[in-house]
Design a protein around this ligand. Structure first.
Ligand SMILES: [Zn+2]
Length: 130
């Protein structure tokens, strides 16, 4: 089932349980980014249930991660050239994503950009590398 013209609930679903409810405002922003970017996105992770999130999280957290709110996505970029990748980062900033994590080194198939629209109730805007 399509959530927006370019994204289906299957693509957004938790890799362990299939839970796929996403935040409406987040999906609008993601669709806008897709249209600005002009190329198909390969999503490696979007919605996560709390169990899956704690299994795959790269660090110990005191609270559930932003993926459990349906407000985050990891977009694979290993196959995307540097110019397009930099442009994507700029376009995401312009749209107003408030969390951005960059995994841009190591094996290409694993490189990704994490984007989220965390509110201040979750944390201040944040940018980081992995
Ligand atoms: Zn799950």
């Amino acid at each position: 089932m399509l959530i927006t013209p370019n994204f289906s609930s299957d693509e957004m679903a938790c890799n362990c349980c299939g839970k796929s409810d996403m935040d409406g405002e987040f999906m609008k922003m993601l669709q806008q980014l897709r249209e600005d970017a002009g190329f198909a996105f390969r999503i490696s992770s979007a919605r996560r249930c709390e169990a899956h999130d704690s299994n795959v999280s790269s660090y110990k957290k005191s609270k559930a991660g932003i993926h459990t709110y349906g407000k985050a996505v990891d977009i694979l970029v290993g196959h995307v050239n540097t110019t397009k990748t930099l442009k994507l980062i700029k376009q995401a900033q312009d749209i107003g994503f408030t969390g951005m994590g960059l995994a841009l080194r190591g094996a290409r198939p694993k490189r990704f950009i994490h984007l989220d629209n965390r509110g201040v109730d979750f944390s201040l805007p944040a940018v980081w590398t992995y």
